[in-house]
Write a new protein. Structure first.
Length: 252
């Protein structure tokens, strides 16, 4: 997890080329338990984004030391869905700090949905993490602040592809898309494959002429060398490593 690092811009969320927002929810509250990290003090209220690569939280308070944080699936541990007899349902788990993430160690977290949807979001979060874990590298590189410019994200960033592969996304529980003027995209790719490693990054809006659009649509970025563009190769089929989530579901 990284704090105030590579996932916010102009008061909104910043995603990478080809990363898609699967679920968006406003009115989320979070708390953290970690030693020696003043950013985690007190409960945080804001917006949550489940993407094809991670979970992103943006705080609504400009005065809070924690403006935003990112939790790539490969850094999550022990996710659980809690349904107490008294009180609201919530998600809990642990998250490990990323290299260069502006903090160190490990933190426990809890996530409440003030308007409901904790169970649906948690199940989608578990499913996305399990799918992404099949494609992750043994030592995935950390997210780093983008070096280039960023721009308003295009429509493909707001929803998953309309295929059976994404049939588990809870559209009925979360029908609202994030405000378009609060979603930005960088040309850099995510540092590791996400839910579907065969999804190609969609071209940036700067491609105006026909040849430029065709070239952008038929190219892909290599996370190992994000400053170059390559023509498509055979679909990547990495071996599936063991699941990292240690996930269970509790029903009290």
């Amino acid at each position: 997890m990284s704090l105030n690092n590579s996932h916010h811009a102009n008061g909104g969320v910043l995603i990478y080329a080809g990363e898609r927002i699967l679920v968006y929810c406003d009115g989320v509250e979070m708390s953290f338990e970690a030693d020696g990290v003043p950013h985690f003090k007190g409960n945080k209220k804001g917006r949550i984004y489940l993407t094809t690569h991670r979970v992103i939280f943006n705080s609504k308070s400009n005065k809070d030391m924690l403006h935003s944080f990112s939790m790539p699936f490969s850094y999550l541990r022990g996710l659980e869905l809690e349904q107490p007899v008294f009180g609201a349902n919530y998600i809990k788990g642990r998250v490990v700090a990323e290299q260069g993430g502006n903090w160190t160690g490990e933190a426990k977290f809890k996530m409440w949905f003030n308007s409901g949807g904790a169970i649906e979001f948690g199940q989608a979060m578990l499913k996305a993490g399990q799918l992404a874990s099949r494609n992750r590298q043994p030592q995935p590189p950390p997210y780093t602040p983008p070096q280039g410019s960023y721009y308003p994200a295009q429509p493909p960033a707001y929803s998953p592809p309309q295929t059976e592969f994404y049939s588990w996304v809870p559209h009925q529980a979360f029908p609202t898309a994030p405000p378009s003027d609060y979603v930005y995209m960088t040309e850099a790719p995510p540092p590791y494959p996400g839910v579907d490693p065969n999804t190609m990054p969609y071209p940036p809006p700067q491609a105006n002429d026909e040849k430029a659009r065709e070239a952008a649509a038929s190219a892909y970025y290599s996370p190992a060398n994000p400053h170059n563009v390559y023509m498509p190769a055979q679909p990547l089929q990495p071996d599936a490593p063991p699941s990292y989530l240690e996930a269970t579901k509790k029903n009290n």
